[in-house]
Design a binder for this molecule. Structure first.
Ligand code: G3P
Ligand code: CA
Length: 244
């Protein structure tokens, strides 16, 4: 079995509050390769890590990230919603996570959250943060917004891009021709339906990194298929199934 990349989805987000310093640090305690996270731009211009466009579900605050300043976001608790034990977790900037990944030697899959909110300059800003730390080989980006991935590839050809998608697409080969992306990031269920796609992707030199793999049977099926990367909420489980 080939060595697949194993990533904690939103950090180690099964037991810990997603996209928080704690969830990121807990990945480093496993044998996983790295972290997947989500980036937005807040009102005062900082690049911040959160899944949703709004902070309501994962903090004690309210409102859209684009309407909140960094100081306002910093005042929010992003841990207590999961459990009182995790109270005091704060939002991290992309820069903080990049510094952490560099120090901990972790790979980072950065998802640009520009499928609903089209943050101006998000691609340029993320590329600049990655380049400033010389992390072009250990950080790769993805998005459900494939136009954004095309723009990213044009402005930073040395950083790998990935096309996120959830449901099977028609005429995948022609679609991939038009997109000029390095990799594909389908929902893992796509491979239950179209396992033959792995040959199309590999034949084009593309890696297939799938999400969100939270059960052992699915992880085993995907590893046997020859998947390149697994992204899941329980990176410890992914390591166990992969024999680490
Ligand atoms: O990047 C894989 C996965 O994170 C995409 O979906 O909604 O969890 O960001 P979502
Ligand atoms: Ca994501």
């Amino acid at each position: 079995m080939k060595k697949a990349l194993l990533l904690g989805h939103r950090g180690f987000s099964g037991p810990y509050p997603e996209n928080t310093p704690l969830a990121f640090q807990k990945v480093a305690e496993t044998r996983a390769d790295g972290i997947e996270t989500d980036v937005h731009i807040c009102k005062s211009g900082e690049l911040v890590l959160c899944h949703d466009e709004k902070v309501d579900r994962t903090s004690n605050g309210h409102g859209e990230i684009k309407d909140l300043t960094y100081d306002e976001l910093l005042s929010l608790d992003f841990g207590a919603w999961k459990s009182p034990d995790f109270a005091g977790q704060r939002i991290w900037t992309l820069g903080e996570l990049l510094d952490f990944c560099k120090e901990a030697k972790l790979v980072l899959n950065l998802e640009l959250k520009n499928g609903i909110e089209f943050y101006p300059g998000l691609e340029q800003r993320c590329a600049a943060e990655i380049r400033a730390r010389h992390m072009e080989d250990t950080v790769f980006v993805s998005s459900f917004n494939h136009v954004s991935m095309q723009r990213f590839k044009e402005l930073a050809p040395e950083i790998e891009t990935g096309l996120l998608y959830e449901s099977p697409l028609q005429d995948m080969a022609h679609y991939l021709d038009a997109c000029n992306a390095d990799n594909v990031h389908p929902c893992w269920h796509v491979f239950e339906y179209q396992p033959e796609l792995i040959e199309l992707f590999h034949g084009r030199g593309m890696k297939a990194n799938v999400w969100t793999v939270n059960d052992e049977k699915a992880a085993r099926f995907l590893l046997d298929l020859g998947i390149d990367g697994l992204i899941g909420n329980y990176p410890d489980m992914l390591c166990r199934v992969a024999g680490r």
